[in-house]
Design a protein around this ligand. Sequence first.
Ligand code: HEC
Length: 132
Amino acid sequence: MERLKRRAAPLAALCAAGLVALASCEVGQAPPRRQVSDGDPALGRAAFGKYGCGGCHVIPGVDRAAGRVAPPLGAFSQRAFVAGVLSNTPDNLIAWIRHPQQISPRTAMPDLGVTPEDARDMAAYLYSLDPG
Ligand code: HEC
């Protein structure tokens, strides 16, 4: 019995440490989920052409998306920020695509009237790109 107790103590300490680590993760440090669960990357890929995103951005895998006006959008899942101002989460990326000037009033990226569905699908496509 005594022996058992002695062996159990370090285990309990480890569990407690694990719990503490988990709890602190949940408070502020959880890594963003860089996936759009209900987005369709194939539809997103087609939507870039509809809005002319490729006139300003290089978007790997999208026809004629070779613009050099704005940052290339390859490996987007690896970015820490969206446009340098928002952390890179699905909701923030969608918000940026829909209304960039609400987020950065002086940005050169125009509000192109992107629908919520198209923004969601485009975000899904961007996150599906090879991290490189
Ligand atoms: C007229 C040029 C132009 C068009 C068209 C345009 N953008 Fe942009 N976009 C920009 C510029 C400029 C930036 C950099 C903004 C900033 O940092 O303030 C940007 C930034 C971005 C970013 C963030 C990039 C990063 O490195 O964090 C994403 C994502 C993005 N655009 C997606 C799109 C999508 C999707 C479309 C089409 C719906 C689109 N853009 C159309 C000019 C454009």
